[in-house]
Design a protein around this ligand. Structure first.
Ligand code: SAH
Ligand code: SF4
Ligand code: F3S
Length: 464
């Protein structure tokens, strides 16, 4: 009987996609997927350290696993992801029952560990293995790994790794390393294969996709022009994110292309034009603003003023009047006073986002903001977060109601989780729509009339 693995994932889409790669490696080594921690031979926790809450959730999950290890000493426990990178061997000290620690740049090292559970030990203590190398060498992590995908309609594809922006609150540059773009030819091969397997929607992943290609020539020698299956000849020279989108748009069979995340500073006119010109690129952009106050934006090291940000929003909307725009907000950044906070509230009123992710500022190890004066108390941060969420809930609902009666194109993803007789899918603007229909519609684009708006989704009926 084959051994079984179980993966518990925290964090962003990138981390969820990393877990698909981890699952891919276990599958290739003959492991089967366990139903849960109970029947697993190996448990991997893929961690996130973006905020303290994410970190706490990991510690409580890991604490729970001690009991399983006591019961079955043959059980192997591995910790992956951003906390693994930051804490390294400290985790072994605090949790001696952990066997393997590997960072986001070292997912490929899993292959050898699975194979032998010995050997390849960059640092050795008892029978523990830790591989948390963080290198600028692009060849190191931009290896094409096997991927066990979660969905059948929609797939994630990494186009770049790491981040160079050093926003003063953020751990990502410390956990994922310097920004590196993946080779065009590797991206195109992966997407062409996904389309051949029947995937209809691709989401391109990177912390800052708008700067794709920036260091491609410095870090990667240009590869021969990509000219497979008539996808056009693309060498790496001077290719930017818009060029990459154009190349991907040529792949037969793909119905939709999405991307996350865009940094406002690097959103170019060329990209706006490209989105407008390419029908399969979805009319949605996630453009994190973080704050409406220039003083706070500067302390955050974001590299734009609110006015500059707003100009980009105006340019997006004048090119694509129906574009959905979503954002991230941090409340209670060090030094944020009531006036700064009101500017964020005004930004929400003015821009009227389709949706937001809002967080209270969380003090993170290694980041510059830790040393700023005037850290706010939890109560103020939470109160401001609640105000932001209340305001946005109103706006989101109002915008959803405006869609009632409209006919929207929906890509059918599968059965709805809450009502098995219903299907679920998304509009190009990334809104969830539920409606009655048969599973044969999965992976197709259907026209749906919106009947009822809810806070987080829409109900509709298929137009035959
Ligand atoms: N690369 C993306 C976002 C990565 S993290 C970007 O640049 O926008 C996702 C979001 O988490 C961020 O946009 C930010 O709003 C939030 N975040 C990151 N660090 C945080 C911290 N220390 N406290 C609170 N929120 C944080
Ligand atoms: Fe973090 Fe800023 Fe990089 Fe986004 S752009 S990952 S917020 S440092
Ligand atoms: Fe978390 Fe790392 Fe993603 S910190 S948000 S898992 S990049």
């Amino acid at each position: 009987m084959s051994k079984k693995f179980h993966i518990h994932t925290f964090g962003c889409q990138m981390n969820v996609h990393d877990s698909e790669k981890i699952a891919g490696m276990f599958s290739e080594s003959g492991y089967a997927e366990a139903h849960g921690v109970n029947d697993a031979d190996v448990i991997v926790i893929n961690t996130c350290s973006i905020r303290e809450k994410a970190e706490q959730k990991f510690y409580s999950e890991l604490g729970r696993l001690k009991h399983f290890k006591d019961r079955d000493p043959k059980l192997r426990i591995a910790v992956a992801g951003c906390i693994a990178q930051q804490k390294g061997s400290g985790l072994f000290k605090r949790f001696p029952y952990v066997d393997f620690i590997f960072g986001p740049q070292n997912i490929d090292s899993l292959e050898k560990w699975i194979g032998q559970e010995s050997g390849v030990r960059s640092q050795k203590s008892d029978n523990k293995t830790q591989i948390t190398e963080l290198t600028d060498n692009p060849e190191h992590s931009i290896k094409n790994l096997p991927v066990k995908r979660e969905g059948r309609v929609s797939a994630w594809v990494s186009i770049m790794y790491g981040c160079d922006n050093f926003c003063s609150y953020c751990v990502v540059p410390y956990t994922r390393g310097r920004e590196r773009s993946r080779q065009v030819s590797d991206i195109m091969t992966e997407i062409t294969e996904l389309s051949a397997q029947g995937f209809k929607e691709i989401t391109l992943l990177g912390q800052n996709v708008n700067s794709y290609g920036k260091n491609l020539n410095e870090t990667n020698p240009p590869s021969p022009p990509f000219d497979k299956g008539g996808q056009g000849g693309f060498a790496n020279q001077n290719i930017d994110f818009s060029d990459l989108l154009k190349a991907i748009h040529e792949v037969n069979g793909l119905k939709r292309i999405r991307f996350v995340t865009s940094h406002p500073r690097d959103l170019s006119k060329k990209l706006i034009r490209t989105m407008q010109d390419l029908p399969n690129v979805c009319e949605h952009i996630h453009l994190p603003v973080q704050s409406g106050s220039d003083r706070i934006l500067s302390l955050m090291n974001r590299g734009y003023t609110f006015k500059q940000y707003k100009e980009k929003i105006d340019a997006l909307r004048s090119a694509m009047p129906d574009i959905a725009i979503t954002t991230d907000i941090i409340t209670g950044f060090p030094g944020e006073d009531e006036q700064d906070f009101e500017l964020t509230m005004n930004a929400l009123r003015e821009i009227e986002y389709d949706g937001i992710f809002a967080f209270k500022y969380s003090r993170r190890q290694d980041t510059a903001a830790v040393n700023l004066p005037e850290h706010l108390n939890e109560k103020t941060k939470s109160e401001r977060l609640a105000r932001v969420l209340d305001l946005q809930a109103e706006i989101t609902f109002r915008k959803n109601i405006e869609l009632e009666g409209k006919i929207l194109e929906v890509l059918v993803e599968g059965a709805s989780e809450t009502d098995k007789d219903k299907l679920t899918g998304r509009t190009g603007s990334n809104k969830i729509v539920n409606f009655y229909g048969g599973l044969e519609l999965m992976g197709t684009l259907v026209n749906v009339r919106i009947l009822e708006a809810k806070q987080h989704s829409l109900n509709g009926e298929v137009i035959p």
